[in-house]
Design a protein around this ligand. Structure first.
Ligand SMILES: Cc1ncc(COP(=O)(O)O)c(C=O)c1O
Length: 427
Protein backbone atom coordinates (compact mmCIF):
# COMPACT_ATOMS: atom_id res chain seq x y z
CA UNK A 1 0.00 0.00 0.00
CA UNK A 2 2.77 2.37 1.08
CA UNK A 3 4.59 1.48 -2.14
CA UNK A 4 1.62 2.33 -4.34
CA UNK A 5 1.23 5.66 -2.58
CA UNK A 6 4.87 6.46 -3.28
CA UNK A 7 4.50 5.38 -6.92
CA UNK A 8 1.33 7.47 -7.33
CA UNK A 9 3.04 10.54 -5.94
CA UNK A 10 6.03 10.03 -8.15
CA UNK A 11 3.81 9.70 -11.27
CA UNK A 12 2.03 12.91 -10.27
CA UNK A 13 5.35 14.69 -9.83
CA UNK A 14 6.39 13.57 -13.32
CA UNK A 15 3.14 14.86 -14.80
CA UNK A 16 3.57 18.29 -13.15
CA UNK A 17 7.23 18.43 -14.17
CA UNK A 18 6.37 17.55 -17.78
CA UNK A 19 3.69 20.24 -17.96
CA UNK A 20 6.21 22.75 -16.61
CA UNK A 21 8.76 21.55 -19.17
CA UNK A 22 6.18 21.98 -21.94
CA UNK A 23 5.37 25.55 -20.94
CA UNK A 24 9.05 26.41 -20.62
CA UNK A 25 9.63 25.16 -24.16
CA UNK A 26 6.86 27.17 -25.85
CA UNK A 27 6.36 30.89 -26.37
CA UNK A 28 3.35 33.10 -25.74
CA UNK A 29 2.64 32.90 -29.48
CA UNK A 30 1.69 29.23 -29.03
CA UNK A 31 -1.17 30.32 -26.78
CA UNK A 32 -2.12 33.44 -28.73
CA UNK A 33 -5.13 33.05 -31.04
CA UNK A 34 -3.29 32.49 -34.33
CA UNK A 35 -5.60 34.29 -36.72
CA UNK A 36 -4.59 37.75 -35.54
CA UNK A 37 -1.26 39.51 -35.16
CA UNK A 38 -2.87 41.73 -32.53
CA UNK A 39 -5.89 39.90 -31.05
CA UNK A 40 -8.22 41.73 -28.68
CA UNK A 41 -7.58 39.25 -25.86
CA UNK A 42 -6.40 35.81 -24.85
CA UNK A 43 -5.54 33.74 -21.78
CA UNK A 44 -2.13 34.58 -20.31
CA UNK A 45 -1.19 31.49 -18.28
CA UNK A 46 1.45 28.82 -17.77
CA UNK A 47 2.15 25.52 -16.02
CA UNK A 48 0.98 26.91 -12.65
CA UNK A 49 -2.63 27.22 -13.80
CA UNK A 50 -2.60 24.01 -15.86
CA UNK A 51 -1.03 21.94 -13.07
CA UNK A 52 -3.58 23.26 -10.56
CA UNK A 53 -6.36 22.10 -12.88
CA UNK A 54 -4.72 18.68 -13.40
CA UNK A 55 -4.31 18.35 -9.63
CA UNK A 56 -8.09 18.74 -9.19
CA UNK A 57 -8.79 15.94 -11.63
CA UNK A 58 -6.07 13.67 -10.25
CA UNK A 59 -7.42 14.15 -6.73
CA UNK A 60 -11.15 13.81 -7.48
CA UNK A 61 -11.80 17.46 -6.61
CA UNK A 62 -14.58 18.17 -9.11
CA UNK A 63 -17.35 20.35 -7.82
CA UNK A 64 -17.38 23.03 -5.14
CA UNK A 65 -14.79 21.55 -2.80
CA UNK A 66 -11.75 23.30 -1.33
CA UNK A 67 -10.56 25.21 -4.43
CA UNK A 68 -13.85 27.10 -4.82
CA UNK A 69 -13.86 28.22 -1.17
CA UNK A 70 -10.19 29.20 -1.40
CA UNK A 71 -10.74 31.18 -4.60
CA UNK A 72 -13.72 32.99 -3.05
CA UNK A 73 -11.70 33.85 0.03
CA UNK A 74 -8.62 35.01 -1.91
CA UNK A 75 -10.49 37.05 -4.50
CA UNK A 76 -12.87 38.79 -2.09
CA UNK A 77 -10.03 39.75 0.24
CA UNK A 78 -8.01 41.05 -2.73
CA UNK A 79 -10.95 43.36 -3.47
CA UNK A 80 -11.17 44.33 0.20
CA UNK A 81 -14.47 42.60 0.97
CA UNK A 82 -15.53 39.86 3.35
CA UNK A 83 -17.39 37.41 1.15
CA UNK A 84 -17.28 35.98 -2.36
CA UNK A 85 -19.71 33.60 -4.05
CA UNK A 86 -18.13 32.04 -7.15
CA UNK A 87 -20.35 31.45 -10.17
CA UNK A 88 -20.12 29.97 -13.64
CA UNK A 89 -20.14 33.39 -15.34
CA UNK A 90 -20.35 37.14 -14.85
CA UNK A 91 -23.87 37.04 -16.29
CA UNK A 92 -25.00 34.66 -13.55
CA UNK A 93 -23.27 36.83 -10.93
CA UNK A 94 -25.42 39.75 -12.16
CA UNK A 95 -28.58 37.62 -11.95
CA UNK A 96 -27.66 36.54 -8.41
CA UNK A 97 -26.90 40.10 -7.27
CA UNK A 98 -30.27 41.45 -8.41
CA UNK A 99 -32.14 38.35 -7.28
CA UNK A 100 -30.54 38.76 -3.82
CA UNK A 101 -31.90 42.30 -3.53
CA UNK A 102 -35.33 40.93 -4.47
CA UNK A 103 -35.10 38.11 -1.91
CA UNK A 104 -33.98 40.57 0.77
CA UNK A 105 -37.13 42.63 0.05
CA UNK A 106 -35.19 45.68 -1.14
CA UNK A 107 -36.36 45.39 -4.75
CA UNK A 108 -39.73 44.27 -6.03
CA UNK A 109 -40.96 43.50 -9.54
CA UNK A 110 -41.51 46.73 -11.47
CA UNK A 111 -38.81 48.67 -9.61
CA UNK A 112 -36.38 50.56 -11.79
CA UNK A 113 -32.65 49.89 -12.04
CA UNK A 114 -30.46 52.59 -13.59
CA UNK A 115 -27.65 51.37 -15.85
CA UNK A 116 -25.27 52.99 -18.36
CA UNK A 117 -26.66 52.99 -21.90
CA UNK A 118 -23.32 51.82 -23.28
CA UNK A 119 -22.29 48.45 -21.93
CA UNK A 120 -22.57 44.70 -22.41
CA UNK A 121 -25.91 42.93 -22.79
CA UNK A 122 -25.54 40.97 -19.52
CA UNK A 123 -26.03 44.16 -17.52
CA UNK A 124 -29.58 44.61 -18.75
CA UNK A 125 -30.88 41.09 -19.46
CA UNK A 126 -30.90 40.02 -15.76
CA UNK A 127 -32.92 43.17 -14.95
CA UNK A 128 -35.58 42.23 -17.49
CA UNK A 129 -35.49 38.52 -16.66
CA UNK A 130 -36.24 39.34 -13.02
CA UNK A 131 -39.21 41.59 -13.82
CA UNK A 132 -37.38 44.88 -13.12
CA UNK A 133 -37.22 47.90 -15.42
CA UNK A 134 -33.95 49.29 -16.82
CA UNK A 135 -33.43 53.05 -16.96
CA UNK A 136 -30.76 53.90 -19.51
CA UNK A 137 -28.40 56.69 -18.48
CA UNK A 138 -26.04 58.42 -20.90
CA UNK A 139 -22.29 57.99 -20.56
CA UNK A 140 -19.36 60.40 -20.78
CA UNK A 141 -16.38 60.31 -23.15
CA UNK A 142 -14.64 58.00 -20.67
CA UNK A 143 -17.44 55.46 -21.42
CA UNK A 144 -18.73 55.48 -17.82
CA UNK A 145 -22.13 56.60 -16.55
CA UNK A 146 -22.62 60.37 -16.49
CA UNK A 147 -23.45 61.25 -12.87
CA UNK A 148 -25.24 64.48 -13.88
CA UNK A 149 -27.56 62.45 -16.10
CA UNK A 150 -28.07 59.94 -13.29
CA UNK A 151 -29.03 62.76 -10.93
CA UNK A 152 -31.52 64.03 -13.51
CA UNK A 153 -33.04 60.54 -13.72
CA UNK A 154 -33.26 60.31 -9.92
CA UNK A 155 -35.10 63.63 -9.87
CA UNK A 156 -37.52 62.86 -12.69
CA UNK A 157 -38.02 59.08 -12.69
CA UNK A 158 -39.93 57.50 -9.86
CA UNK A 159 -38.95 54.22 -8.32
CA UNK A 160 -35.24 53.99 -9.12
CA UNK A 161 -34.36 51.59 -6.33
CA UNK A 162 -31.00 50.41 -7.58
CA UNK A 163 -28.11 51.66 -9.72
CA UNK A 164 -26.03 49.07 -11.47
CA UNK A 165 -22.86 50.95 -12.27
CA UNK A 166 -20.31 49.49 -14.68
CA UNK A 167 -16.57 50.19 -14.54
CA UNK A 168 -16.13 50.10 -18.29
CA UNK A 169 -13.04 48.56 -19.94
CA UNK A 170 -10.91 49.02 -16.80
CA UNK A 171 -11.83 52.68 -16.19
CA UNK A 172 -13.22 53.29 -12.68
CA UNK A 173 -16.61 55.02 -12.60
CA UNK A 174 -17.18 58.01 -10.30
CA UNK A 175 -17.93 56.03 -7.13
CA UNK A 176 -17.61 58.91 -4.68
CA UNK A 177 -20.42 60.82 -6.38
CA UNK A 178 -22.47 57.65 -6.77
CA UNK A 179 -22.19 56.68 -3.10
CA UNK A 180 -23.19 60.20 -2.07
CA UNK A 181 -26.21 60.03 -4.40
CA UNK A 182 -27.15 56.64 -2.98
CA UNK A 183 -27.35 58.21 0.48
CA UNK A 184 -29.34 61.21 -0.75
CA UNK A 185 -31.77 59.21 -2.89
CA UNK A 186 -31.73 55.92 -0.99
CA UNK A 187 -30.98 53.32 -3.63
CA UNK A 188 -28.95 50.10 -3.63
CA UNK A 189 -25.73 49.88 -5.63
CA UNK A 190 -24.43 46.95 -7.61
CA UNK A 191 -20.98 47.44 -9.14
CA UNK A 192 -20.47 45.45 -12.33
CA UNK A 193 -16.69 45.05 -12.34
CA UNK A 194 -16.58 42.40 -15.04
CA UNK A 195 -14.10 44.52 -17.05
CA UNK A 196 -12.09 46.05 -14.20
CA UNK A 197 -10.26 43.56 -11.98
CA UNK A 198 -7.71 45.44 -9.90
CA UNK A 199 -8.82 48.97 -10.82
CA UNK A 200 -9.04 51.39 -7.90
CA UNK A 201 -9.90 54.93 -6.82
CA UNK A 202 -7.55 56.59 -4.30
CA UNK A 203 -6.25 53.14 -3.41
CA UNK A 204 -9.71 51.65 -2.78
CA UNK A 205 -10.53 48.85 -5.20
CA UNK A 206 -13.59 49.07 -7.43
CA UNK A 207 -16.05 46.44 -6.26
CA UNK A 208 -15.64 47.40 -2.61
CA UNK A 209 -17.94 50.45 -2.70
CA UNK A 210 -21.41 49.14 -3.44
CA UNK A 211 -23.73 46.63 -1.78
CA UNK A 212 -22.65 43.81 -4.09
CA UNK A 213 -20.06 43.71 -6.86
CA UNK A 214 -20.01 41.28 -9.77
CA UNK A 215 -17.10 39.86 -11.72
CA UNK A 216 -16.48 37.86 -14.88
CA UNK A 217 -13.50 35.59 -15.44
CA UNK A 218 -14.19 34.98 -19.12
CA UNK A 219 -11.08 34.59 -21.29
CA UNK A 220 -10.59 38.14 -22.53
CA UNK A 221 -10.80 39.70 -19.06
CA UNK A 222 -7.97 40.98 -16.82
CA UNK A 223 -7.81 37.54 -15.22
CA UNK A 224 -9.56 34.38 -16.30
CA UNK A 225 -10.88 30.99 -15.25
CA UNK A 226 -11.89 30.30 -18.91
CA UNK A 227 -15.55 30.79 -17.95
CA UNK A 228 -16.56 31.96 -14.50
CA UNK A 229 -17.67 34.79 -12.28
CA UNK A 230 -18.18 35.93 -8.71
CA UNK A 231 -20.46 38.08 -6.58
CA UNK A 232 -18.62 39.90 -3.77
CA UNK A 233 -20.09 41.64 -0.73
CA UNK A 234 -19.43 42.80 2.81
CA UNK A 235 -22.92 41.82 3.97
CA UNK A 236 -23.35 38.50 5.75
CA UNK A 237 -27.03 38.51 4.86
CA UNK A 238 -26.38 39.05 1.14
CA UNK A 239 -23.66 36.40 1.24
CA UNK A 240 -26.13 33.87 2.64
CA UNK A 241 -28.78 34.70 0.05
CA UNK A 242 -26.26 34.74 -2.82
CA UNK A 243 -24.98 31.28 -1.81
CA UNK A 244 -28.48 29.86 -1.44
CA UNK A 245 -29.66 31.20 -4.78
CA UNK A 246 -26.50 29.91 -6.47
CA UNK A 247 -27.29 26.36 -5.42
CA UNK A 248 -30.93 25.59 -6.20
CA UNK A 249 -32.27 27.61 -3.21
CA UNK A 250 -30.97 25.15 -0.64
CA UNK A 251 -30.28 26.58 2.83
CA UNK A 252 -26.66 27.58 3.50
CA UNK A 253 -26.90 25.72 6.82
CA UNK A 254 -27.44 22.44 4.90
CA UNK A 255 -25.40 19.62 6.36
CA UNK A 256 -26.69 16.77 4.18
CA UNK A 257 -28.49 14.88 6.98
CA UNK A 258 -30.31 11.84 5.53
CA UNK A 259 -33.47 12.08 7.66
CA UNK A 260 -32.71 15.52 8.96
CA UNK A 261 -35.77 17.59 8.09
CA UNK A 262 -39.22 17.65 9.67
CA UNK A 263 -41.62 20.50 9.07
CA UNK A 264 -45.21 20.71 7.81
CA UNK A 265 -45.79 17.81 5.40
CA UNK A 266 -42.14 16.80 5.18
CA UNK A 267 -41.33 14.31 7.95
CA UNK A 268 -37.88 12.78 8.55
CA UNK A 269 -37.12 14.03 5.10
CA UNK A 270 -33.80 13.89 3.26
CA UNK A 271 -32.32 17.36 3.80
CA UNK A 272 -30.65 17.22 0.39
CA UNK A 273 -34.01 17.72 -1.28
CA UNK A 274 -35.36 20.57 0.84
CA UNK A 275 -35.34 23.96 -0.89
CA UNK A 276 -36.26 27.22 0.80
CA UNK A 277 -35.80 29.64 -2.07
CA UNK A 278 -36.43 29.52 -5.79
CA UNK A 279 -32.83 29.39 -6.94
CA UNK A 280 -30.52 28.50 -9.80
CA UNK A 281 -27.53 26.30 -10.41
CA UNK A 282 -24.74 28.79 -11.06
CA UNK A 283 -21.92 26.93 -9.28
CA UNK A 284 -18.29 27.24 -10.30
CA UNK A 285 -16.42 23.92 -10.53
CA UNK A 286 -13.13 23.24 -8.72
CA UNK A 287 -10.91 23.19 -11.83
CA UNK A 288 -11.71 26.76 -12.95
CA UNK A 289 -11.47 27.92 -9.33
CA UNK A 290 -7.95 26.42 -9.11
CA UNK A 291 -7.03 28.15 -12.36
CA UNK A 292 -8.37 31.40 -10.86
CA UNK A 293 -6.33 31.02 -7.66
CA UNK A 294 -3.16 30.99 -9.76
CA UNK A 295 -4.32 33.84 -12.04
CA UNK A 296 -5.09 36.05 -9.06
CA UNK A 297 -1.48 35.78 -7.91
CA UNK A 298 -0.45 37.33 -11.27
CA UNK A 299 -3.24 39.88 -11.61
CA UNK A 300 -1.23 42.92 -10.50
CA UNK A 301 1.67 41.90 -12.73
CA UNK A 302 -0.67 41.35 -15.71
CA UNK A 303 -2.31 44.74 -15.10
CA UNK A 304 1.13 46.37 -15.01
CA UNK A 305 1.81 45.00 -18.52
CA UNK A 306 -1.62 46.25 -19.68
CA UNK A 307 -0.74 49.71 -18.36
CA UNK A 308 2.62 49.81 -20.06
CA UNK A 309 1.01 48.61 -23.31
CA UNK A 310 -1.57 51.39 -23.02
CA UNK A 311 1.21 53.93 -22.41
CA UNK A 312 3.01 52.75 -25.54
CA UNK A 313 -0.16 53.09 -27.61
CA UNK A 314 -0.99 56.53 -26.20
CA UNK A 315 2.57 57.84 -26.64
CA UNK A 316 2.67 56.67 -30.25
CA UNK A 317 -0.86 57.60 -31.27
CA UNK A 318 -1.35 60.98 -29.59
CA UNK A 319 0.03 62.72 -32.69
CA UNK A 320 -3.31 61.88 -34.39
CA UNK A 321 -5.41 64.83 -33.32
CA UNK A 322 -8.55 63.34 -34.87
CA UNK A 323 -8.56 60.43 -32.39
CA UNK A 324 -9.83 60.54 -28.81
CA UNK A 325 -7.59 58.24 -26.76
CA UNK A 326 -7.95 57.23 -23.13
CA UNK A 327 -6.08 59.16 -20.45
CA UNK A 328 -3.05 57.14 -19.45
CA UNK A 329 -3.55 57.68 -15.78
CA UNK A 330 -5.10 60.04 -13.33
CA UNK A 331 -3.83 61.02 -9.91
CA UNK A 332 -6.79 59.36 -8.31
CA UNK A 333 -7.54 56.26 -10.32
CA UNK A 334 -5.69 53.10 -11.18
CA UNK A 335 -6.93 52.13 -14.66
CA UNK A 336 -6.52 48.49 -15.65
CA UNK A 337 -7.09 48.68 -19.44
CA UNK A 338 -9.28 45.69 -20.22
CA UNK A 339 -8.76 46.99 -23.76
CA UNK A 340 -7.73 50.15 -25.60
CA UNK A 341 -10.69 52.28 -26.76
CA UNK A 342 -10.35 54.70 -29.68
CA UNK A 343 -13.04 57.25 -30.58
CA UNK A 344 -13.06 59.28 -33.80
CA UNK A 345 -13.33 63.00 -33.09
CA UNK A 346 -16.42 64.85 -34.24
CA UNK A 347 -15.78 66.44 -37.65
CA UNK A 348 -12.80 64.19 -38.37
CA UNK A 349 -14.55 62.72 -41.43
CA UNK A 350 -12.98 59.32 -40.85
CA UNK A 351 -15.20 56.38 -41.69
CA UNK A 352 -15.09 53.95 -38.76
CA UNK A 353 -16.08 51.09 -41.05
CA UNK A 354 -13.23 51.56 -43.48
CA UNK A 355 -10.73 52.35 -40.68
CA UNK A 356 -11.67 49.17 -38.82
CA UNK A 357 -11.65 47.13 -42.04
CA UNK A 358 -8.12 48.39 -42.71
CA UNK A 359 -7.02 47.35 -39.21
CA UNK A 360 -8.61 43.91 -39.44
CA UNK A 361 -7.26 43.19 -42.90
CA UNK A 362 -3.81 43.89 -41.43
CA UNK A 363 -4.28 41.51 -38.50
CA UNK A 364 -5.37 44.00 -35.82
CA UNK A 365 -8.56 42.69 -34.26
CA UNK A 366 -11.19 45.26 -33.24
CA UNK A 367 -14.50 45.33 -31.40
CA UNK A 368 -17.33 47.81 -31.07
CA UNK A 369 -17.71 49.31 -27.58
CA UNK A 370 -19.80 46.38 -26.45
CA UNK A 371 -23.46 46.80 -27.41
CA UNK A 372 -23.25 50.41 -28.62
CA UNK A 373 -26.42 51.86 -27.13
CA UNK A 374 -28.48 49.17 -25.38
CA UNK A 375 -32.01 50.39 -26.25
CA UNK A 376 -31.02 50.30 -29.94
CA UNK A 377 -30.45 46.54 -29.76
CA UNK A 378 -33.11 44.46 -31.57
CA UNK A 379 -33.92 42.45 -28.43
CA UNK A 380 -34.28 45.56 -26.26
CA UNK A 381 -35.84 48.29 -28.35
CA UNK A 382 -39.38 47.12 -27.64
CA UNK A 383 -38.81 45.79 -24.13
CA UNK A 384 -40.00 47.79 -21.13
CA UNK A 385 -37.53 50.55 -20.23
CA UNK A 386 -37.10 54.22 -19.42
CA UNK A 387 -34.56 56.64 -20.91
CA UNK A 388 -33.34 59.96 -19.55
CA UNK A 389 -32.33 62.46 -22.23
CA UNK A 390 -31.31 61.56 -25.76
CA UNK A 391 -28.26 59.34 -24.99
CA UNK A 392 -26.25 61.62 -27.29
CA UNK A 393 -22.79 60.52 -26.13
CA UNK A 394 -23.73 56.85 -26.04
CA UNK A 395 -25.01 57.05 -29.61
CA UNK A 396 -21.89 58.91 -30.72
CA UNK A 397 -19.78 56.11 -29.25
CA UNK A 398 -22.07 53.53 -30.86
CA UNK A 399 -21.21 54.98 -34.28
CA UNK A 400 -17.64 56.31 -33.87
CA UNK A 401 -15.69 54.19 -31.40
CA UNK A 402 -14.04 50.77 -31.22
CA UNK A 403 -11.37 49.05 -29.17
CA UNK A 404 -8.21 47.09 -29.83
CA UNK A 405 -6.28 44.78 -27.50
CA UNK A 406 -3.74 45.85 -24.93
CA UNK A 407 -3.43 42.63 -22.92
CA UNK A 408 -0.28 40.99 -21.57
CA UNK A 409 0.19 38.60 -24.51
CA UNK A 410 1.09 41.55 -26.72
CA UNK A 411 4.77 42.34 -27.07
CA UNK A 412 6.32 45.56 -28.31
CA UNK A 413 6.42 44.24 -31.91
CA UNK A 414 2.65 43.58 -31.85
CA UNK A 415 1.89 47.03 -30.42
CA UNK A 416 4.21 48.64 -32.98
CA UNK A 417 2.32 46.77 -35.71
CA UNK A 418 -0.97 48.22 -34.41
CA UNK A 419 0.55 51.73 -34.37
CA UNK A 420 2.03 51.34 -37.89
CA UNK A 421 -1.31 50.09 -39.22
CA UNK A 422 -3.16 53.02 -37.69
CA UNK A 423 -0.51 55.47 -38.96
CA UNK A 424 -0.77 53.89 -42.41
CA UNK A 425 -4.52 54.51 -42.56
CA UNK A 426 -4.49 58.04 -41.18
CA UNK A 427 -1.53 59.44 -43.11
C1 LIG B 1 -19.80 44.68 -18.17
C2 LIG B 1 -20.03 43.19 -18.29
N1 LIG B 1 -20.92 42.59 -17.48
C3 LIG B 1 -21.16 41.27 -17.54
C4 LIG B 1 -20.49 40.46 -18.43
C5 LIG B 1 -20.82 39.00 -18.50
O1 LIG B 1 -19.75 38.17 -18.14
P1 LIG B 1 -19.71 36.65 -18.69
O2 LIG B 1 -19.25 36.70 -20.10
O3 LIG B 1 -18.71 35.98 -17.79
O4 LIG B 1 -21.07 36.09 -18.54
C6 LIG B 1 -19.55 41.03 -19.30
C7 LIG B 1 -18.86 40.16 -20.26
O5 LIG B 1 -17.89 40.31 -20.80
C8 LIG B 1 -19.31 42.43 -19.24
O6 LIG B 1 -18.44 43.03 -20.06
Amino acid sequence: MENWKTTKNSIKKDIYANVEKYFKSISLDDLKPSKWKVPIGGGFYDHNEVNSVIECYLNGSLSIQKPVAEFEENFSSYIGCKYGVATNSGTSANILALNTLIESGELIAGDKVAIPATTFISVVTPILQLGLVPVYIDVKDDLNMNMKELKRALLFEENIKCVMIVHTLGFPADMETLMKLSEDYNFKTIEDCCESHGASIKGKKVGSYGDISTWSFYVAHNMTTAEGGMAVTNSENYNTILSELREFGRLKTYKGERFGYTKDNLVDFDERYVFHRIGWNFRMADAPASFGIQQLKKLDEMNKIRKSNAKFLIDNLKKHKNLILPNYSSDECEITYYSFPITLKEGSNISRKSFVQHLESNGVETRAIMCGTLPDQPSLKNSVHAITGDLKVSRYIRDHAFFIGCHPMLKQEHLQHAVDTIDGYLK
